[in-house]
Write a protein that binds this ligand. Structure first.
Ligand code: HPA
Length: 236
């Protein structure tokens, strides 16, 4: 049954969905990594495709930018389309000194400055956490590759342009990298009893004023995608 944001019918979407922020990236992934991709959604240009990877059904759909946007799309995938696993594949800014441009960062947990958790009316602070099943599969896949990767706490921020300049404070707490979606994804997965993971490539370093070229992003994008797809195969 279609939702206000997704034209797909039940059964059109695989149990495992990869979610880049950019819907054109979703199309690129479908066309370059999946066998026989079929487009299931074009509402608001938020393309979604289902194909196969190593014979296993996998979907890929854009999430848009920020927690409200991924909050809507991932909620519908988990609760309306019976999706079991969502793996966000995106870019991040480095925060920790050990994290360099082009490294892969796997989000074991996602701190946040967002009020997303307030809807659950918890009498304390919730810790958005990745699914162990997806996390361990992705770490195994990363270890098999010759790439630099880190696993730990990331920051999901409501602001890209941060007037408070707060990154140095998050750095003191061991945060590895900053992005804008994982915490809401992890909370939606927890609430639905499903699995989520966020895998990132470092596209810039806001504290040092560095960024990668589009060409460099392409190479590390490949490492991240291969880790995500291998994790999808392992949890099928
Ligand atoms: N901030 C937030 N999100 C990001 C960044 C950043 O510096 N880089 C890539 N995604």
């Amino acid at each position: 049954m279609p939702t206000p944001h997704n034209n797909a019918k039940k059964g059109d979407i695989a149990k495992t969905v990869l979610m880049p922020g950019d819907p054109l990236r979703a199309r690129f992934i479908a066309e370059n990594y999946l066998e026989d991709p079929v487009c299931y959604n074009e509402v608001r240009g938020m393309f979604g495709f289902t194909g196969r990877y190593k014979g296993i059904p996998v979907s890929v759909q854009g999430s848009g930018m920020g927690m409200p946007s991924i909050g809507i799309y991932s909620w519908e995938l988990f609760n309306e389309y019976d999706v079991d696993n969502i793996i966000r594949v995106g870019t991040a800014g480095a925060v920790a000194d050990s994290v360099e441009l082009r490294d892969v960062v796997i989000g074991m947990s996602a701190s946040t400055n967002s009020a997303y958790a307030s809807q659950y009316r918890l009498p304390g602070t919730y810790a958005p956490t990745a699914s162990w099943k997806l996390l361990s599969s992705a770490v195994n896949a990363a270890e098999e590759k010759n790439c630099r990767f880190h696993v730990g706490n990331i920051l999901s921020s409501d602001t890209f342009y941060d007037d408070a300049d707060s990154l140095a404070d998050w750095l003191k707490m061991g945060v590895l990298a900053i992005e804008m979606e994982a915490a809401a994804l992890y909370m939606n997965a927890a609430r639905a009893g499903k699995n989520a993971l966020c895998i990132l490539t470092v596209s810039d370093c806001p504290l040092k004023g560095l960024s990668t070229t589009a060409e460099e992003r392409q190479t590390t994008f490949r490492d991240m995608m291969e880790i995500a797809l291998e994790a999808a195969v392992k949890v099928k």
